[in-house]
Design a protein. Sequence first.
Length: 94
Amino acid sequence: MAMFMIDLGAPSFYSLLGLPPDADASSIRAGQTRKAAELSRARDKTSDPTDKRRLEEQLITVNGIGDTLANPQRREVYNARNAHLTFFIASMRS
């Protein structure tokens, strides 16, 4: 019997980075980098100070998310506390 996780699409660290819950460390870093680059471009394009602040706060959040998911111990704690955002399906291999 194999177990796998499915992201329900609710706001989770995984969905915010556009990743599946079983993403490996390199995929997590790539997702973090991709999202941070997107936010940085948006921040650099705007001249509105409020928008700049909001985007800088989002960058800090994205970096924290990436750091949490890339660290096995912190990721385990996150997954345990946020299990309601994913569910497990058991499938039989024939």
